[in-house]
Design a protein around this ligand. Sequence first.
Ligand code: PHE
Length: 345
Amino acid sequence: MDNPNDIENIKKYLSEKLETVSSVDDISKIRNEFLGKKGFIGKMLSDMRNISSDQRKDYGAKLNLLKIEVENMIDEYSGKFENDKDSIYTELYKSLPGRKPEIGHINIITQAISEITKVFAPLGFNRVRYPEIDREYYVFEALNMPETHPARDEWETFFVDSPNDEKLGRLVITPHTSSGQVREMLKGELPIRMLNISRCGRRQIDVSHVPSFYQFEGLVIDENISTTHLIGVLDYFAKNFFGADRETRLRPYHFRFTEPSFEVDINCGICHGKGCKLCKGGWLELGGAGMVHPNVLKAGGVDTEKYSGFAFGWGVERTYMMKSGTKIDDIRNLFSNDLRFLEQF
Ligand code: PHE
């Protein structure tokens, strides 16, 4: 059928054409051939000029109906064809090898926290956590730093904009885990072997400081506790966490909540105390420690005649960075959220 230019034949011609379709392209060619501007129906519409005016209305209505029928026929057919196409892809898809979902790994800081916890566990240290946003009382006052004491400045504290509590003071982001000391004592269970690990905040940022970091705090309170116990525990930690060849030393220091107070150093893992580029003098600073001040014990309701104790509090990230092998030279990298960095650990 070459010239399907009449209403009667055009549908027949279309059915024949549709039988030959084998691709989506064929369908769009047919659509154009029948419904395009210069297609059969378009041409018939423009030929209406030549029809006498009394027949034109009737013929026009028939043509419009035809147009709708043709559209439906093509749509129906292309619908069928699309389904075929889908099922081909579905089969193909089913035969493709599976894609493995990416499995992450524990973040380096979480790894550090669990390693530190494991080292202290055999000594009986009990892992606890206290509020990361707490009242000034626990952060300063109970730790022998009264309201106007200048020592508070060293903690570069973030204050939280919130109502003041008459007795316990303002809300702060805890600048150290020492705020857990008196909270632990107030539980009223003695002796104490506490390991408090939590997030802290201070207003500082450079290669070795970030505003949000972690600390781990040890607190031991029992009868007859002396500096010897403190040294023993620190040495045990150094050897088990950093390696059997590492040693610690204490330097006199000052904290309001310990007396005497110390800064704890560890001998450099690279030069072993001789002095090198990293450590300069052969020793690296770990953090603070000391014998718990009687005023702190009193604030915690502990009988100072019977009990004494020691405490130490160090940065988790800093301590982990000193472990040989980690080779992290800027603490800020830990919080940069760069997967290329984090995936190394
Ligand atoms: N809280 C002190 C700090 O953040 C460290 C410390 C803890 C010192 C316990 C002595 C005893 O610097």
